[in-house]
Design a protein around this ligand. Structure first.
Ligand code: MG
Ligand code: MG
Length: 249
């Protein structure tokens, strides 16, 4: 397993890529409302990314047909944007990846559409909290699964579950690099973290079972019990003094 360690200059470029991802997600958040199609959001994202002289990283990735993933309610990840209209009470997970000057940024968030149920709102908040619980362990000298177990503990302490079949990942000049970053694990296990590693930490938290399946479009991943799922992801650099979120404004 080869983990590519990034120089300060490379991390600076990844900060620029990350900023474009964050701007795109912020632009999309402002456009989310009942009646809007996920295809419209995809168009907005592509324009936003192009206007920053960046490339959408997902478009054409293993044949993926769009610039963002848009996953509604029981859809976990990899939903294909299209004619589907958002409804009041939905939760929408949007995942954005870009390439800029040879480096990648990757971030996702789940947004409430209109007025959502208290349970849906809690799930969205727990996915975000789980990310920050994991993020706090992304320090030199810690172990990879310190991040994983913190995420798992956070989700399970609220009686939610974490997806096993999809995981976070190293990121750099490639969107998916080593190591894999599971959202479950045992403290002290896995590789020791060191300065210059960059990880996409991305809890996928389910209301019910952790089990998922892929729909007939060969992309959209849904919960097996069709209960809700929320996703929260940032690209995180492990620096001497601790972790930094690169996909922030
Ligand atoms: Mg992502
Ligand atoms: Mg990712």
């Amino acid at each position: 397993m080869l983990i590519v360690i990034k120089s300060h200059q490379e991390i600076e470029l990844m900060r620029e890529a990350g900023k474009i991802v964050a701007e795109t997600l912020a632009r999309l958040e402002r456009a989310i409302r009942p009646g809007v199609t996920t295809g419209h959001l995809d168009n907005l994202a592509r324009k936003c990314i192009k206007s920053c002289n960046a490339q959408p990283a997902f478009l054409g990735y293993h044949g993926f047909p769009a610039s963002i993933c848009a996953s509604i309610n029981e859809e976990v990840v990899h939903g294909i944007p299209g004619l589907k209209k958002l409804k009041d009470g939905d939760i929408l997970s949007i995942d954005v990846g870009v390439y800029y000057k040879g480096y990648c940024g990757d971030s996702a968030s789940t947004f409430p559409v209109g007025e959502v149920s208290p349970l849906a709102l809690k799930l969205v908040q727990v996915a975000r909290d789980a990310f920050y619980q994991g993020f706090a362990h992304a320090c030199p000298g810690k172990y990879l699964q310190d991040i994983s177990s913190a995420i798992q503990n956070c989700a399970e302490s609220h009686n939610f579950s974490v997806v096993r079949n999809f995981v976070g990942h190293g990121i750099g000049s490639q969107m998916h690099e080593e190591p894999q970053v599971p959202n479950y694990g045992v403290p002290g296990k896995g590789v020791q973290l060191q300065e210059g590693m960059v990880l996409a930490i991305e809890p996928m938290v389910n209301e019910g079972t952790w089990e998922v399946e892929t729909l007939g479009d060969n992309w959209t991943v849904v919960t097996k019990d069709r209960k809700l799922s929320a996703h929260y992801e940032h690209t995180v650099a492990i620096l001497e003094n601790g972790p930094e979120i690169l996909t922030s404004l």
